[in-house]
Structures are given as C-alpha cells and as structure tokens.
Write a protein that binds this ligand. Structure first.
Ligand code: SDX
Length: 447
C-alpha cells in the first residue's frame, strides 16, 4: 500500500470537515464519507455509515487497503522506505539505541531518561525466570519438534501459571503481563533450543545484558565458561531492534483481533506467534536459508529466478518483496551493513552459502521482473543469513523473530485494550455460497 504523496503531507492544518462524496450510479443516491487524517501518512475514509446509507460493505481480502485501527506506535511509508517508532527513525534506533531502550520507547511512548532506563532494566531482570514447574511442560514434546511448536505452546501456557496478570481491565496487571512477556521470551527461546539439542537449561543471570543473557542461556554449558562475541552481541541487538514492531502486519493484526475478544495477554501473544510462523511472514528467514541450501550452487540461481517468475509455480523467492515496502526495506539496509562485519568476525565470509546469497541478491536486483515489481530484499533475507553465521540452527530463526517482536505485539495489544473506542473485531464477507434450500432426508439423497 504505497503512500500517495499528494495526501501524505503535514496534516497539522484543520481538516475536521473534509468529506468524500460517494454516488451510487445504480440508485442515483449519494453519501458523504468523513475523511480522517493522522499526523503522517495517507488519510482514511470513515466507512462506518456506508452499509446503513447504501447497503454496501467494502471488500478488501488481505486488508491491503484497509486501516484496522488508529495507532501512535509505528509509522511506515512503503514507497519511501520509511520506518519510525514513536517518531524515531529505525536506522537511528538500530545504530544508537539498544533493544531494551526501544522496548521502553514502544511501551511508554518516549525514550527513557537515565533513572527510567535503570529502573526498567532492573524490572525486566526481576522477571526473566520461568515458574519452575514449566520445565516439565517441555518434557511432553518430542526432541525433534519444531521449536516454534514448543514456543507457541509454552507461551500460551504462561496463562496457566501467572494468574496475577490476566485481568486486562486492571492497568497494573496489563503492565505486569507486558514486563513478563518481554522478560521471559529470551528464557523460553533459549530453553526451546536447549530442549531440542538435549542440553540442560541454563538459568538467566542478572549480571548480563538482555542480549548477552540470551546468548549465555542459549550457547553456554555448565562444563565450561562462555563469553559472547561482542560483534555477535551487537548484531543480535540490532536484529532485535529491527524486528521489534512493524505496524499492523499479519501477526500483530492477529494479536489485536485475539485481544479484541478480551482474551488474556499470553493467549494473544501465542496467537501472534502462530501467525508469524508462516513462510510468507516471519517464517521467511528460515525459508531463505532452506532456499539457499536447496539451491546447492550459484549456477542454479537462474533456475530459481525462473521458478519465482513462473505463475504456475507456487515458489516465491524467499526474502524478497513486501506487502508494504515498494522501496528498499529500511531494516534490510541496516542488516546488510552489519552482515559483513559478522561474517568476517566469524571467519565465514567466503563460505559458499554466503557467496551464494550475495550472488542471488545481485541477480535479483538486476532482473527486470523483480525491478519492475519493486521486489527488493527484505529484512528476512539478511536476518536469516546473519543468524546462520552466528551459529543458530535454521529452525530457531523464527523463534528469534518472535522473541524480538513480542514487545511490539504487547505494545499494540495494550494500545488497543486501553482505547475506549475498541470493539471486538468482526469483519464481514461477500457470500458466494448456495442460497436457501430445503433439508433432504438421508434416504432421499442421491447415492
Ligand atoms: C515479513 O507485513 C509486514 O510488515 C511483515 C514483516 C514484519 O516485520 O512483520 O515485514 C515481516 O513478513 C517480511 C516478508 C517476508 N516474506 C517473504 O520474504 C516471502 C517472499 N515474499 C512474498 O511471499 C511476498 O513478497 C509477500 C508475501 C511478502 C508480499 O506478497 P504480496 O503483497 O502479494 O506481494 P505483491 O502484491 O507486492 O506482489 C506483486 C507481484 C505479484 O506478481 P504479479 O501478479 O504482479 O505478476 O510480485 C510478485 C507477486 O506474485 N511477487 C513475487 C514475490 N513477491 C511478490 N514473485 C516472486 N517472488 C517473490 N518473493
């Protein structure tokens, strides 16, 4: 959905009486739809009265042209490749901030001062452990279960343990649930990994930073000391920042829709994790690596590009294209910059897999089909390659995406719950089924 430059100017001047007139050429009737302006971006038409006035609903499968809510958290301009959180540009946040500071920004609408930052960090540290009984919950899974299958189950099960943060009408309980989600996701993600490889769980440590603590819980073993590579810590911090929130994407919209029924916050986040798992969404980073491995060698790139263009072939070039960005994904630009430093730091920059990724990126960016459709590499193309270089198994990539995106889901969920105009989400449909017909008893039905 690209922004129309003629609309996406400063809306500070008063537009309170703008309307668009709609005329039904069949009946000759017309109606005026109010235009609503945000602080930035395309204005929207308020269609609340459309059905009452005209008897029509709107039709927009995939909601590509539909605003589902008003929000003040994240702004995207897809045609200009702009992404901002609470007014701060993503590239400045990625290069100058840290993940917990961005969490504070998303949850509290502004960057913390020194005192607020220290208090927030300490609060998060106090909630990183899981209820001891949850370790037995893992035991019900096969060791080769997909990590996302375990994560979605464990997160949903949090509501079975943390009963003092389920009442969404209680502000303190909403805040506690938010803190618990941000604090516990690294612990859950690390335990999901340890369970898969048969190693003992490693407890969180309060003397480590958020990202370092996650790496320690994931890669350290009781038998020896572990020191995270600073280049990996910084790169993972940037990956987490870049994935923190992204407006009303599929998984965030899932969280909002689940939350609109009054479901508890842990159940809503579990719903978001389920939606993120799909290869068209957060599962794309895993799909990128699977695609690069299936490609086997650089000489097969033309074959894969041809398949991606073939309308009769369901194959899509994983990590390319985006529903909103019709310019370069600003997050991909940041990751592309830190990718080389990590590859060099890990000594793998010449490995065939990464050479193949560079060659694929170059070939796609020079291919008319991709250029004409503005299908640029997106955040998942580079995050998958980076995570592999850091030593994460491909099956853990979307788990890390879910870890990072949890703060965005929680911030969007709280914004919706705290909006007095929020109602249960209930889209309509264009019905194309059978019209009314009498019931046919079994003995009269055609065999
Ligand atoms: C994420 O929404 C978000 O914000 C998501 C996300 C977030 O942070 O939450 O940014 C994270 O999900 C990033 C996207 C990760 N997915 C992938 O990398 C999977 C590969 N990408 C495609 O599946 C696709 O690009 C989508 C799903 C991302 C977008 O699908 P759209 O909206 O249908 O794409 P489009 O309308 O821009 O397509 C225009 C044309 C179509 O062809 P034509 O009908 O014009 O001939 O481009 C084609 C599409 O078929 N096309 C592709 C393609 N993506 C679009 N053709 C080949 N390979 C691709 N990857």
């Amino acid at each position: 959905m690209s922004e129309d430059p003629s609309h996406s100017q400063d809306h500070s001047q008063d537009h309170s009486q703008d309307f668009v007139t709609l005329k039904d050429e069949r009946s000759g009737k017309s109606t005026r739809l109010p235009v609503l302006y945000g602080s930035q971006g395309s204005p929207v038409l308020d269609i609340a009265t459309l059905h009452a006035e005209f008897g029509y609903y709107t039709f927009d499968p995939g909601y590509g042209a539909t605003g589902s809510c008003a929000s003040a958290i994240t702004f995207i301009n897809g045609s200009e490749g702009v992404l901002m959180h609470r007014g701060y540009d993503i590239s400045e946040l990625a290069e100058q901030s840290d993940y917990l500071e961005v969490c504070y920004l998303l949850l509290n609408a502004d960057l913390p001062n020194k005192t607020q930052k220290d208090e927030f960090f300490q609060t998060i540290r106090n909630h990183t452990m899981l209820h001891d009984q949850m370790q037995y919950f893992f035991r019900g899974f096969r060791r080769d279960a997909h990590p996302m299958a375990i994560m979605v189950a464990v997160v949903g099960a949090l509501s079975a343990f943390y009963h003092d943060s389920l009442d969404i009408q209680d502000e303190e309980q909403r805040k506690l649930a938010s803190i618990r989600m941000v604090a516990k996701m690294p612990t859950i993600a690390a335990q999901v990994y340890k369970y898969a490889i048969g190693q003992p769980f490693v407890s969180p440590r309060n003397d480590l930073g958020y990202v370092e603590n996650f790496l320690n819980m994931t890669f350290s073993v009781p038998a020896e000391a572990y020191h995270a590579d600073p280049a990996v810590v910084r790169a993972l911090e940037q990956i987490f920042i870049l994935h923190a929130d992204h407006e009303q994407n599929a998984s965030t919209s899932t969280v909002r829709l689940a939350g609109s029924s009054g479901a508890n916050p842990f159940a809503c986040i579990a719903a978001g994790i389920s939606s993120l798992w799909g290869p068209a969404h957060g599962g794309a980073n895993e799909a990128v690596l699977n695609m690069l491995e299936d490609m086997e060698e650089t000489s097969r790139i033309p074959e894969f590009l041809a398949r991606a263009k073939d309308k009769d072939d369901p194959f899509r070039l994983m990590g390319f294209g985006h529903r909103v960005y019709k310019n370069y994904d600003p997050r991909a630009a940041v990751l592309r910059k830190c990718l080389e430093s990590v590859l060099i730091s890990k000594g793998v920059e010449r490995e065939p897999l990464f050479e193949r990724a560079r060659a694929l990126e170059k070939a796609a960016l020079e291919d008319a089909y991709f250029v004409e459709r503005k299908l640029f590499p997106n955040v998942d193309f580079y995050s998958g390659i980076l995570l592999r270089a850091m030593g994460f198994p491909t099956s853990m990539f979307t788990v890390l995406f879910a870890l990072a995106r949890t703060v965005g889901w929680v911030a969007q969920w709280r914004e919706m719950v705290e909006d007095p105009s929020s109602r249960i989400g209930r889209p309509r449909q264009l019905y194309r089924g059978r019209t009314k017909r009498p019931f046919v008893p079994l003995e009269q039905r055609k065999s």
